[in-house]
Write a protein that binds this ligand. Structure first.
Ligand code: MF3
Ligand code: CO
Length: 255
């Protein structure tokens, strides 16, 4: 399946979706503190999306249909945590994952943030995970090879003593949330198709402080680390431009 190159109009819609995502993500992050309930964060996201007239991509996505507006994954939860009655506590780390569409075009973005004061080890995991995404974005330009992205993530993650999750990957994004290509967060550089201006990728490294193996919970969505170690997840939707890249899900001063 070919990688779809977006038209100027399509990019305009994705830019709009990305801007709204960045805006609402900052609002949700500002509500993260000890004592907040996961479901409250989901409720705020639902309200903010509604206010802006955008459609939540994740609600009812997939099989079984995803039951919430955003994903909230705490501590050893890697991705796709379903917001529930859990109260966030001082020292937790929480991943927040968001998707919206504007006129049928999607944006997808995630961030992992501390709840109150966290351990130095947790802080380092967040820092390195964010860095691994920045490093992948750095290699995104016309002519680069697709596997250069995952290779950059893996180098940064493993160089710092962390592991990279294999079961989940980044993806093309546009009219569908998940489009070709699949973008693993590991591998040799210099493989796969060359990037062209107009391609849009959701790049989303998932790192663990321990081993990389994943276990699925009975809800059929939540992925946790098999060894119970902490996990972090960062994601941006990024456009390949003529001379580099443009992060569609970032606004001035945002994550
Ligand atoms: N960023 C995640 C992904 O691409 C979000 C999907 S949540 C889902 O897998 F509910 F939509 F699946
Ligand atoms: Co994604």
């Amino acid at each position: 399946m070919p990688i779809i190159v977006k038209s100027r109009d399509e990019i305009g819609l994705m830019r709009e979706a990305g801007r709204i995502l960045a805006e609402t993500l900052e609002i949700i992050v500002s509500h993260v503190r000890p004592g907040v309930i996961e479901k409250e964060l989901d409720e705020i996201a639902r309200r903010e999306f509604k206010k802006r007239g955008v459609i939540a991509t994740f609600l009812n996505y997939g099989q079984p249909p995803y039951p919430a507006t955003i994903c909230v994954s705490v501590n050893d939860e890697i991705v796709h945590g379903i917001p529930g009655p859990r109260v966030l506590a001082e020292g937790d780390i929480v991943s927040l994952d968001f998707g919206v569409s504007v006129d049928g075009y999607h944006g997808d973005s995630a961030v992992t943030v501390p709840v109150g004061q966290i351990s130095e080890d947790a802080e380092r995991l967040l820092r390195v995970s964010q860095q691994s995404l920045d490093d992948a974005m750095e290699v995104m330009k016309p002519g680069a090879r697709l596997s250069d992205l995952g290779s950059a993530v893996q180098r940064t993650a493993e160089g710092a003593g962390f592991s990279v999750v294999r079961e989940f990957a980044g993806h093309g994004i546009g009219r569908a949330l998940h489009e070709p290509p699949w973008i693993p967060n590991f591998g040799e550089p210099g493989r796969g198709p060359r990037l062209l201006p107009g391609m849009v990728f959701a790049v989303e490294p998932m790192l663990t402080a321990g081993r990389p193996e994943v276990r699925m919970l009975d809800d059929e969505w939540t992925a946790v680390t098999a060894d119970g170690s902490l996990a972090a997840h960062f994601e941006h939707t990024i456009l390949v431009t003529e001379n580099g890249s443009e992060t569609l899900t970032r606004i001035a001063g945002s994550h």
